[in-house]
Design a protein around this ligand. Structure first.
Ligand code: GCU
Length: 329
């Protein structure tokens, strides 16, 4: 299989990358970054821009080589490659980070953010920065966060209320919080990797999934699940992740170049995101999708027990209070 061959080649090349680090220190370095998004995705575009900036700022001495489209597997696999030292960087959604730190589970709490300003204040402020460092001892840290709009359910039949979801099989990113979320709506959670959702929908293995509009369209799920119910239950950012070992080996100058480029990639991605959502909605409608306005209150009520779970847990409860405090200020 293509993916396996590529991953194996990179595994074999890994000692060379590390050797290059120790012998040239400040000199040349190529960072390998793999992610599971399409090259049309705005996060990929922001990363491509970042690669250019890094090269220019370092006079070509520092490079970022990007492997898009899940060539090296999904975030679960690429995060493991980071831990094994076989890959330098990846992109993972907050949900995919949840198994490594409870802080990231917070983003699976429905209707957590008052508005976009509250969300931005959290992810680009002290709370977000503290979260991004949380996984340091797991072998990686995050150096940028990307907005990813809101996630809504889409299916092969219309959904207007939680009652319509009873018994439906819905794909989720496999985390305890998302699984409970689906169960509270009376549906059955199906943890399936992102890249396999299209086939699962097409073959009727699942009845629906949930995502933001750009992913709904770019994955072509729109072709096999025509009803997009705008319940907007969660806002789950993507994170740019680097291996702790690789980060620690970079010189101060290299760290500064990478940090500055990562920061600019956040701003650039935010600029692109709004336009991308509008374009995706247009494309979805042209492909025959129906956008359904739903009563969010019914979803909010059905999902309220998740908040009780979080408040009972000291660690997750504290993250929740921190985020709520950001809205109050
Ligand atoms: C979003 C997100 C991805 C994630 C995907 C998923 O599109 O940007 O990082 O992998 O959802 O549902 O798996």
């Amino acid at each position: 299989m293509k993916m396996k061959t590529l991953a194996a080649a990179i595994l074999m090349a890994a000692p060379l990358t590390l050797a290059a680090f120790s012998s040239y220190a400040m000199d040349k370095v190529t960072l390998k970054l793999a992610h599971n998004l399409d090259t049309n995705h705005v996060v990929h575009q922001a990363l491509a821009q970042m690669a250019k900036e890094i090269s220019t700022a370092s006079d070509g001495k520092m490079k970022l080589r990007i492997y898009p489209g899940g060539q090296m597997g999904g975030p679960r696999e690429t995060l493991e490659l980071l831990q094994n030292g076989a890959l330098d960087m990846t992109k993972a959604s907050a949900s995919e980070m949840e198994p490594f730190s409870p802080a990231f589970s917070i983003f699976s709490l429905p209707y957590l953010f008052k508005d976009q300003a509250h969300f931005n204040k959290v992810i680009y402020g002290p709370v977000g920065h503290a979260m991004m460092a949380e996984t340091r001892d797991k072998g990686f840290v995050s150096i940028a966060a990307y907005v990813a709009g809101t996630r809504s359910f889409y299916a092969n039949k219309p959904i207007h209320t939680p009652a319509d979801m009873k018994g439906m099989k819905i794909r989720v990113v496999a985390t305890p919080t998302t699984i409970k979320l689906i169960e509270l709506l009376g549906a059955a959670p199906a943890p399936i990797p992102f890249g396999e959702v299209y086939t699962a929908l097409q073959q009727g293995v699942i009845d629906g999934a949930e995502n933001n509009e750009p992913s709904y369209v770019q994955t072509r799920h729109v072709e096999v699940a025509k009803f997009y119910a705008e319940d907007q239950h969660t806002s789950v950012p993507d994170f740019l992740v680097i291996s702790t070992k690789v980060w620690d080996k970079l010189s101060d100058e290299q760290k500064q170049i990478l940090e500055a480029a990562a920061k600019h990639s956040e701003t650039y991605e935010q600029e692109l995101w709004g336009k991308e959502v509008a374009a995706s909605r247009k494309q979805a409608t042209e492909a025959g999708a129906t956008f359904i306005k739903v009563d969010k209150e019914a979803f909010r009520t059905a999902l309220a027990p998740l908040y009780d779970d979080f408040r009972k847990d000291p660690v997750r409860g504290e993250w929740l209070s921190k985020i709520e405090n950001e809205a109050a200020q």
